[in-house]
Design a protein around this ligand. Sequence first.
Ligand SMILES: NC(=O)c1ccc[n+]([C@@H]2O[C@H](COP(=O)([O-])OP(=O)(O)OC[C@H]3O[C@@H](n4cnc5c(N)ncnc54)[C@H](OP(=O)(O)O)[C@@H]3O)[C@@H](O)[C@H]2O)c1
Length: 185
Amino acid sequence: MLRFNLIVAVSENFGIGLKGDLPWRLKSELKYFSRTTKRTSDPNKRNVVIMGRKTYFGVPASKRPLPERLNIVLSTTLQPAELPSDVVLCPSLEEAMKHLEEETLRDQIENVWIVGGSGVYEEAMASSRCNRLYITKIQQNFECDTFFPSIPDCFREVPPDADTPVGVQEENGIKYEYKVLEKRE
Ligand SMILES: NC(=O)c1ccc[n+]([C@@H]2O[C@H](COP(=O)([O-])OP(=O)(O)OC[C@H]3O[C@@H](n4cnc5c(N)ncnc54)[C@H](OP(=O)(O)O)[C@@H]3O)[C@@H](O)[C@H]2O)c1
């Protein structure tokens, strides 16, 4: 069974978004997101990012689809013609995973990343396919209209990957820390 990880930046009041955008500007954090979701050990493979319709269209037009990764957008209302031809449209998370498990694609991909938003995160964390949660904990409250769901009890903190900056980071006066949680079987 193909598994996935989830990656999110969340404020102290559990916020993740405001008016279709991120509530904060953290350049280094965005670079961490990019590096983490692009990284493969096999140079012949690439990773997948799966996101809801609003998250996809929340990415600035010049920066989407997210480069060097296969972008999958979940939607029950979009038509394929509304997305670039290299973006895959799927009507559910499970359909997306089944698509990736097809023989022709399976050998070309290494890691699958769930990148939001709220409902997709909730479904992902409840799934047996979910392995790790890469959570940037922003140590500040922000005005938000979209929130991260509560984390099921089965996740435990594990040491982050070797290239992850350790300890409290600070940018624009905003403090944050990179955490990794893993599902305990
Ligand atoms: N802080 C972070 O790390 C982070 C990460 C991601 C997003 N965000 C922020 O969060 C906000 C967007 O998140 P959101 O929760 O509002 O929306 P979203 O999950 O990105 O998009 C919601 C839409 O996606 C589709 N969808 C979601 N789950 C689906 C499923 N399982 N199957 C089929 N379609 C599905 C539906 O589209 P249809 O209505 O077309 O069916 C739904 O209306 C933005 O502000 C964004 O900037 C923050």
